[in-house]
Design a protein around this ligand. Structure first.
Ligand code: AKG
Ligand code: FE2
Length: 371
């Protein structure tokens, strides 16, 4: 132990305890054969609580401290079967509610029609799926094709870009399915509640007071692939727009909406830091430049980048950025995986194309409004 005073010693001991418990988090398997078509593999805890009895360095005084720290956990995994979609949806829904996302494995043979049907059952009777004019599967406009090396797939050359599908405008669920994996082409996820918890008390207070105004003022009008093709660039952490789009798409019309930076919209009422820097115009009552700085500062404090990727002469991130493992879960896709996630609980990010090891990657995506 470093040579420190009593108070610092307590803090140090608490950190050691937290670190050890964090490392001890393991995945364990729960046989769920009672429920039929599915097997659940879930993280041991979604957060952990530590009661540490801390002895002072003189050994005579004791202090009891309770600390709860939330971390981003990997999604629980269901081994999925499409034989009974209702049963699969019934198993996935509580996991989605508890963890914000769930990984459905073993869907190698899922067709676009089956994917749409599954999302329809999971999303309930009052859902509305986005329909994509471009880059969708033939005859199923609700399924968008992403990736490269595949005709008609949308490829976003944006590097890291933390966001919510649907831009945070409504309660949107996403189902993202890997049809053809590519080593290095990971997707990153961050739990909004963990992000908020990781801020200092002072930053939590500041974040609570902020309302973000999002618009297409500095973008080409979306989607992200087009924004990037029109010159928009993000920082290596994906937390700041470092260059606006230099042109706008045909038919661009102004669009703008406001959201609190700290969301409490979920039924549990928890505070979540949920924001995307690409479309941030400003915070209410603050100038655009200062707002961009403030959002980047808060997101970085929450995401805990440990190493930042290099940037090329055109401001494209070409190296890997590593984030704190407590804040960010990196999903390495396997063929047949599908992650169902709630955009009102999690942020997610792409990675730079320079990290893709292979020429081909194919993903299917459905984005669905649930209320
Ligand atoms: O391709 C990925 O890894 C994620 C794609 C994504 O987030 C999006 O297109 O909205
Ligand atoms: Fe996305």
């Amino acid at each position: 132990m470093p040579n420190v005073g009593r108070f610092d010693a307590c803090l140090w001991a608490t950190r050691v305890c937290l670190h050890r418990v964090g490392c001890a988090d393991v995945l364990h398997t729960t046989a769920a054969s009672r429920r039929g078509a599915v097997k659940v593999i879930r993280p041991a805890t979604s957060h952990f609580a530590v009661v540490a009895l801390l002895f002072s360095i003189t050994g005579c005084a004791t202090a009891a401290t309770t600390t709860t720290v939330r971390r981003t956990q990997p999604p629980p995994r269901l081994v999925a079967s499409l034989d009974d979609v209702s049963r699969l949806a019934a198993a996935a829904t509580p996991l989605l509610k508890e963890h914000g996302y769930v990984l459905l494995g073993g869907l190698e043979d899922m067709t676009v029609e089956q994917m749409k049907a599954l999302m329809g059952v999971i999303s309930g009777p009052r859902h509305r799926m986005l329909r994509f004019d471009a880059n969708s599967a033939p005859s199923v406009p609700e399924v968008r094709l992403l990736g490269r090396g595949h005709d008609g797939a949308l490829l976003a050359d944006i590097g890291y870009e933390w966001h919510q599908d649907g831009g945070g405008t409504a309660p949107f669920l996403t189902l993202l399915h890997c049809k053809f994996p590519c080593e290095g082409a990971d997707t990153l996820f961050a739990d909004g509640q963990a992000l908020f918890d990781r801020l200092s008390r002072e930053d939590q207070r500041r974040a609570r007071a902020l309302t973000a105004v999002y618009s297409n003022e500095f973008t080409a009008g979306g989607p992200t692939a087009l924004d990037a093709a029109c010159g928009l660039r993000m920082s290596p952490c994906g937390t700041r727009r470092v260059r606006s789009a230099t042109r706008r798409k045909e038919g661009w019309e102004p669009g703008r909406f406001s959201r609190p930076l700290v969301e409490t919209a979920c039924a549990d009422g928890a505070e979540r830091l949920l924001a995307g820097a690409k479309g941030l115009e400003r915070f209410e009552g603050m100038g655009p430049a200062e707002s961009v700085d403030e959002l980047a500062r808060l997101l970085r404090a929450a995401l805990g980048p440990e190493e930042e990727g290099e940037v090329d002469s055109d401001l494209r991130t070409i190296g890997e950025t590593r984030f704190s493992e407590d804040a960010v879960y990196v999903h390495r896709w396997r063929r047949g995986d599908a992650i169902l996630f709630d955009n009102h609980r999690l942020l997610h990010s792409t990675v730079p194309l320079s990290l893709y090891h292979e020429a081909r990657r194919v993903m299917w995506q459905i984005i669905c409004m649930t209320e």
